[in-house]
Design a protein around this ligand. Structure first.
Ligand code: NDP
Ligand code: 8X3
Length: 250
């Protein structure tokens, strides 16, 4: 059975994906910063599958390299990498943006994805086998008001995905990207720094995607035969027509 490493498995899309992949018998390496949550999830899933966790911040390249390189031998062949860890921090016009928020988004969403990929890819190249699934966003397809740096980070994920698909083509490695619209997770709570009212307001009057909706798509992508790559998917809630056009009367 395939071994899947998921970054950002402590909540939202990553956690739902871990739960569904466990049900489908995949071996799992779950990553995130919140150690207690990781331990709880490992305990919960270990009845269904072989599972372990790695505790690191994707922004810290030494932690990334040391954690992944330090995996026990039986976990060292990684078949699938799901680059999911990331967040938005703040929602401000570009002239008022917080520099720490900008650093956090670029360091986690872009550089973190690169550090994790760069650590795992040589193994995939060596074995001429692998699949990378990057989690982009509708924000990586369209810029919306005050989205500036978060959108830039997701445009970068899109560009990196395309570059990966070209560079890894000769090694039999599949590269996919999913661009979700609104998904109700801890995403907005993080963006608005714990302000629950603002976070809830993002989804008022409309039905957002559930993290399980994206998890189901990931399972489908992974279940395709070897000659099929689902390269690029935009997945929106029915009430969302574009990054900023939302029907809130549903
Ligand atoms: P959540 O906030 O629920 O989950 C984010 C996950 O990323 C957590 O597990 C968090 O783990 C992890 N993470 C964040 N920063 C770091 C870091 N520096 N190092 C390690 N792990 C980190 O949000 P979502 O599930 O919604 O987000 C998952 C992905 O989906 C993100 O890339 C996001 O941009 C993308 N996305 C989300 C959409 C939405 O509307 N929710 C829409 C489109 C894309 P921990 O804090 O424990 O480290
Ligand atoms: C998350 C979706 O529109 O809030 O990437 O940026 S959005």
């Amino acid at each position: 059975m395939k071994t899947v490493l998921i970054t950002g498995a402590t909540s939202g899309i990553g956690k739902s994906t871990a739960i569904l992949l466990a049900k489908n018998g995949y071996r799992l390496i779950l990553c995130g910063r919140r150690k207690e949550r990781l331990e709880e999830l490992v305990k919960h899933l270990s009845d269904s599958t072989d599972v372990c966790s790695l505790h690191f911040d994707v922004r810290d390249r030494n932690q990334v390299i040391q954690s992944i390189s330090g995996l026990e031998k039986k976990w060292q062949i990684i078949d699938v990498l799901i680059n999911n860890a990331g967040n938005a921090h703040g929602l401000s016009s570009v002239d008022k943006g917080d520099l720490d928020d900008w650093d956090a988004m670029i360091d986690s969403n872009v550089k973190g994805l690169l550090y994790v990929s760069r650590t795992i890819l040589p193994g995939m190249v060596k074995h001429r086998n692998g699949h990378i699934i990057n989690i982009g966003s509708v924000a990586g397809r369209e810029v919306y008001p005050a989205g500036n740096v978060y959108c830039a980070s997701k445009f970068a994920v899109d560009a990196i995905t395309r570059g990966m698909r070209i560079d890894l083509n000769e090694y039999n490695i599949k590269v996919s990207v999913i661009h979700p619209g609104f998904v109700e997770t801890e995403f907005s709570l993080v963006r608005f720094k714990g302000d629950e009212k603002k976070a809830k307001n993002v989804y008022s009057g409309m039905q957002p995607l559930r993290p399980e909706d994206i998890a189901e798509i990931i399972v489908f992508i992974l279940s395709r035969p070897q000659h099929v790559t689902i390269a690029d998917l935009l997945v929106l809630p029915n009430a969302q027509a574009s990054a900023a056009i939302i029907n809130r009367n549903k």
